[in-house]
Ligand binder design. Structure first.
Ligand SMILES: [Zn+2]
Ligand SMILES: [Zn+2]
Length: 266
């Protein structure tokens, strides 16, 4: 099968109601996946965090975690003859939290790196707000460390650090390239995120483009022939295989990206 011709339907980046900004139970997503002839569905809701992250309104609480686990187990039991369901979480990486990732991996099949914050001078800054070379370098460093940590199955929206950055000079493209090279070395897929497509295009200097996926980043992924994965990043069941996902597949084909259609789990 041609590497740039995604035909297997899978999704490993899926949210549900417990994070408070997605809709639907796990069963709702599983049924939508079955309806679309998916072979595998990975649930990866926003992980609980009992550290310094104050954004409790957009992730499950600590007390929601057992509910998440139970819903996962129930769905796996109910649909085992129809689809493969994997237990995952989307989470940030901070290097002093090793014990936390190890503990989660005792129960989860996988973790997805979703680095939504960076830390500068003991302060957490949203990646949607960073734009200086200094800030973007901090993002690059933490993502490369996360890649090398071995805790993550793939890197969600690796290009999100360019969200607020209009012009990309060679210094910034080099940061992107360092992330791509590190991921390739560890054989970790970089995620082409359909949720960025779902959010629509913006007009910058007379040109329309997505905030993410960022074309310049993905051209570098192609240059290095690094692996990528296409995710819905579904926050509603009907987003699992919607126009945005199909557009992401088209985007990957236009660059002949090396797409991993299925992930393997031990
Ligand atoms: Zn979300
Ligand atoms: Zn997500």
């Amino acid at each position: 099968m041609s590497f740039n011709n995604k035909t297997i339907k899978t999704n490993y980046h899926t949210h549900m109601y417990l994070c408070k900004h997605a809709e639907g139970t796990i069963n709702d997503y599983v049924e939508e996946a079955i309806k679309n002839n998916f072979t595998a569905l990975g649930m990866s809701d926003h992980a609980p965090w009992w550290g310094d992250l104050k954004d409790r309104s957009v992730r499950m609480g600590e007390s929601d975690y057992p509910i998440y686990l139970k819903e996962l187990e129930d769905s796996i039991r109910k649909y085992s003859d129809k689809i493969k369901i994997y237990k995952g979480l989307e989470i940030e990486y901070f290097k002093d939290k090793e014990a936390h990732y190890k503990k989660l991996l005792e129960e989860m099949d996988y973790l997805v790196l979703g680095q939504h914050y960076i830390e500068i001078d003991n302060e957490l800054i949203s990646v949607f707000r960073i734009h200086s070379v200094k800030e973007l370098t901090v993002y690059k460093n933490i993502v490369v460390e996360a890649i090398n940590s071995g805790y993550f199955k793939f890197i969600a929206h690796p290009d999100i650090f360019l969200f607020s950055r209009k012009e990309l000079n060679s210094e910034i493209l080099e940061l992107a390239e360092e992330i791509i090279i590190a991921a390739k070395k560890k054989n970790l897929p970089l995620e082409l995120n359909a949720n960025g497509i779902r959010k629509g295009k913006i007009l910058v200097n007379g040109e329309e483009r997505y905030r993410y996926p960022r074309l310049e980043f993905w051209k570098l992924v192609k240059k290095h022939n690094a692996s990528c994965i296409i995710s819905s990043d579904a926050h509603k069941p009907e987003y699992l295989y919607d126009e945005a996902v199909k557009e992401a597949i088209k985007f990957s084909r236009s660059l002949s990206l090396k797409v991993e259609e299925e992930l393997s789990f031990k």
